[in-house]
Design a protein around this ligand. Structure first.
Ligand code: SF4
Length: 593
């Protein structure tokens, strides 16, 4: 992180030289110091004027490639209401010949400025006086600011200019108050202590530039920066958010997040109760994990798992009773296997817009079944009765399989149990991040199923799941540890440019997994039962997902033409990468030759 402080005169830099642990780098004009763990370079032009300054900046930047520049110094004021010693940041620079009323160089707007800001006129030489019409160009005066702004613009280096008023531009020689410079140093120490850090945030300068907001809001800017980073948003997606913030949220990042927060509350982030059945032995681990829920001990979860609360969801920890296995439809999954869903929980905190779990059960509360030994007992009964059947058991149909894996450790448990069953597999399917998964005892017949979507789909319809970047990281982690992995590009969602995005996604996936670790790869387009379709339609927030769907073969799907188009395209891309037959189209007869 290289930040350059630029001073025109020695006396302007003096408090820095006297109070900081300065290291001389070159002669008498270039130094280095550390403030708040940030390295600053300090350049003094010794009053040599803008030509010498520009020449020096080009040379220094060639050598040090600055991430940010800050000009600090005195200025005159044409506004008598401004006080001597008062500090301003500069929002606009202009180069003017005041004596001849001539603009020499057009205005440059600064992308970085503080809440208290003003317009600066840079003169080529001192022009004393205070004519009324001069204020048309600006209120503050100096001899270098414009040229540094010009240099920063040309070299795309974020630039901040901070000026302290030393005079009113009359009889400067006698009236200039050099003592004000200590105000500037104090200001740097007190008010600008955060400034060095901002260059560490990859989107900080972009956000400031696009939204044109003062650095005073740096906390909000950092929040947006972190959101962009987490979601791994493309330039176009970020641009859309900038437009939204400007148009729908009064150019306020805070409003944007608060409104989103309301959305999140609607979608389950407001905490409810943690109901735990009395018979559950290790309650503490759940109470600790969901520590901001109100814990209540209950007799039977079915007394509570009755209806949906619109504002929040409760968490229920219970013992499963009855069936745990359910056969999947015939056209489901990889050929040569039979396929079964395992029930180890209900509902999912991720709330994807298209999820069939919406409205599938009367309650949307999240249920975690703690009695895994019982679940295994039921599976084992089936295994013993169907020894020859090649089967895959899926965790994740009623509940994201790994969203609470750090709590439940289900992979470890089932992996040990399934160890000796060579023709039986278990797949744990997830949209959560698995790069920290406990894989110590994982067997070859345990498969981690990663769902992949394009960035656009994740942002629009899977907004609480892991980002594409995180999913790729998960894939890398599994591949590095030789874990059998299945990839599901499902549901494919139609939008303008979807073919290209999905093709790129496939390419990206294959860059991060070797054939040996790939168990299967499936694709499937969005399909909804009548019940799910109706339930989504009732929810205005999610209804956009229903666009272009039509009723076909018992389900709402995209028209055949759209499905064929994307299947053909992806099949072609995938087949180029695959050595053997690990590919299938899920639950769609077309193109399934
Ligand atoms: S992650 Fe899966 S189970 Fe969870 S909401 Fe999304 S689609 Fe449904």
């Amino acid at each position: 992180m290289n930040i350059l402080l630029i001073f025109e005169h020695y006396f302007e830099a003096k408090p820095f030289l006297e109070n900081e642990k300065i290291k001389k780098i070159k002669s008498k004009n270039f130094f280095k110091f550390n403030n708040n763990d940030v390295e600053y370079y300090l350049f003094i032009n010794h009053g040599k004027g803008y030509l010498s300054l520009l020449n020096k900046l080009y040379k220094l930047n060639d050598e040090y490639s600055f991430n940010m520049m800050i000009n600090m110094g005195i200025c005159g004021s044409l506004n008598k209401n401004y006080r001597i010693g008062e500090i301003f940041s500069i929002k606009r620079f202009i180069n003017v010949d005041l004596n001849n009323n001539k603009i020499l160089n057009p205005p440059i707007l600064s992308s970085l400025f503080l809440e208290k800001n003003s317009k600066l006129i840079t003169l080529n030489y001192i022009q004393e006086g205070n004519k009324k019409n001069w204020r048309y160009y600006g209120e503050l005066l100096d001899l270098e600011g414009y040229f540094i702004a010009f240099f920063s613009k040309k070299n795309k280096i974020p630039f901040l200019s901070i000026k302290v008023i030393s005079d009113y531009n009359k009889n400067i020689k006698n009236n200039l108050d050099k003592s004000v410079i200590k105000n500037l140093y104090n200001y740097f120490k007190k008010e600008l202590s955060f400034i060095g850090r901002i260059a560490e945030y990859s989107y900080f300068f972009e956000i400031v530039k696009r939204l044109g907001i003062p650095l005073k809001y740096s906390k909000n800017i950092i929040q947006l920066n972190n959101y962009f980073k987490k979601k791994d948003l493309s330039f176009t997606e970020r641009s859309q958010i900038y437009n939204d913030i400007r148009i729908k949220f009064g150019n306020s990042i805070k409003n944007y997040f608060e409104k989103r927060e309301k959305q999140i509350i609607k979608n389950n982030k407001k905490k409810g109760f943690l109901f735990i059945e009395k018979k559950i032995r290790n309650k503490k681990k759940y109470i600790d994990y969901f520590n901001n829920y109100d814990f209540i001990e209950i007799a039977n979860y079915l007394d509570y798992f009755q209806y949906s609360n619109k504002d929040y969801r409760n968490i229920i920890v219970a013992n499963k009773k009855g069936n745990v296995l359910k056969k999947k439809p015939d056209n489901y999954g990889k050929e040569g296997f039979s396929h079964y869903s395992i029930t180890n929980g209900y509902n999912c905190p991720f709330n994807c817009s298209y999820c069939y779990l919406q409205g599938w059960l009367r309650s949307s509360d999240i249920v975690i079944f703690d009695n895994v030994s019982y679940i295994w007992k039921k599976i084992k009964l089936f295994l013993d009765e169907n020894k020859k059947e090649k089967a895959i058991f899926y965790f994740g149909d009623f509940f994201d399989a790994l969203v609470y894996e750090d709590l439940t450790q289900s992979i470890d448990f089932f992996s040990k149990k399934l160890k000796d069953y060579n023709n039986k597999y278990m797949e744990f399917r997830t949209k959560a991040t698995v790069k920290n998964l406990n894989i110590k005892n994982i067997q070859n017949n345990i498969i981690i199923g990663l769902s992949f979507s394009t960035r656009h789909v994740i942002k629009e319809y899977e907004m609480y799941t892991s980002s594409l970047k995180e999913r790729i990281e998960s894939l890398k982690y599994l591949n590095r540890n030789n874990i059998s992995t299945s990839i599901h590009i499902d549901p494919i969602i139609y939008y303008k440019g979807f073919e290209e995005d999905y093709s790129k996604l496939v390419e990206r996936i294959f860059k991060n997994i070797t054939d040996d670790n790939l168990f299967s790869i499936s694709i499937g387009s969005l399909r909804l039962t009548k019940k799910t379709y109706k339930s989504i339609k009732r929810n205005k927030n999610n209804a956009a997902i229903l666009k272009n769907l039509e009723f076909d073969s018992g389900m709402y799907r995209y028209p055949k033409k759209i499905r064929e188009r994307i299947y053909k395209k992806l099949k072609m891309v995938i087949n180029k990468k695959l050595k053997n037959n690990k590919f299938y189209i899920c639950m769609d007869e077309i193109l399934y030759e």
